[in-house]
Design a protein around this ligand. Structure first.
Ligand code: FES
Ligand code: FES
Length: 224
């Protein structure tokens, strides 16, 4: 009798867990979830918090908002889009503005492949809603070079062959530029500390580290 009750309770728990997982996957829209829990941030994503919010609010989270005109400076030029303000900056950059240098990695703020600069600060565009950059200045990898002249960070990465598949490279470059924009006198260890959030699935960290050393080489300080 007791064994039967335990088996029934265990089975019920397992079924509920599977159903929850299914519901979570069906309704999980990272950029909207992140908007719901406070928009962009440097903190790690609390998946349990995300799950609770998706479970409690997913109908509200899924509801598109009225299209809104959002204007910002993009790579030095004025741009505007009229769209659902909850959409991620990454999606708008890639799909609407065709700037595909910024990559979609995890979509959850955990890998930094999608890094752009917002007012000079390194920002994960996958968890930043486009509404958050209204009236702000956004720089993408396409905006770094001056004509044919590469930005010093791009040139250093190229000189060191600092990439393998290259998928994470634009995010890495933007991360270094962001670190040096924030603090042009940053030391190597300070830049490295900022880059801890960036993930390279190819494991090209040694080359990236050499590229950063090269950027800082002449004086040991930054050249943003
Ligand atoms: S795609 Fe944005 S942090 Fe991974
Ligand atoms: S070079 Fe392939 S993911 Fe970094």
């Amino acid at each position: 009798m007791l064994a039967g009750v335990l088996i029934f309770a265990g089975g019920k728990l397992l079924l509920e867990s599977v159903l929850f997982e299914h519901q979570f996957r069906e309704n999980y829209q990272p950029q909207r979830v992140m908007t719901a829990i406070g928009g962009p941030g440097e903190k790690g994503v609390d998946l349990f918090k995300v799950r609770r919010i998706v479970s409690a609010k997913h109908h509200a989270v899924r509801e598109p908002l009225m299209e809104t005109k959002i204007s910002f400076t993009l790579n030095g030029k004025a741009r505007s889009v009229t769209t659902d303000p909850q959409r991620s900056l990454l999606e708008v950059l890639r799909e609407d503005l065709r700037l595909t240098g910024t990559k979609y990695g995890c979509g959850e703020g955990q890998c930094r492949a999608c890094t752009v600069l917002v007012n000079g600060a390194s920002t994960a565009s996958c968890i930043t809603s486009v509404a958050d950059v209204d009236q702000q200045a956004v720089t993408t990898i396409e905006g770094l070079a001056d004509g044919d002249k590469l930005h010093p960070v791009q040139a250093a990465f190229l000189s060191e062959g600092a990439f393998q598949c290259g998928y994470c490279t634009a995010g890495m470059v933007m991360g270094v530029v962001g670190a040096l924009t924030e603090n042009p006198q940053a030391s190597e260890s300070e830049v490295m500390a900022k880059m801890q959030k960036h993930i390279c699935r190819c494991g090209s960290y040694v080359k990236y580290s050499k590229a950063i050393k090269r950027v800082l080489a002449p004086s040991g300080k930054g050249h943003a």
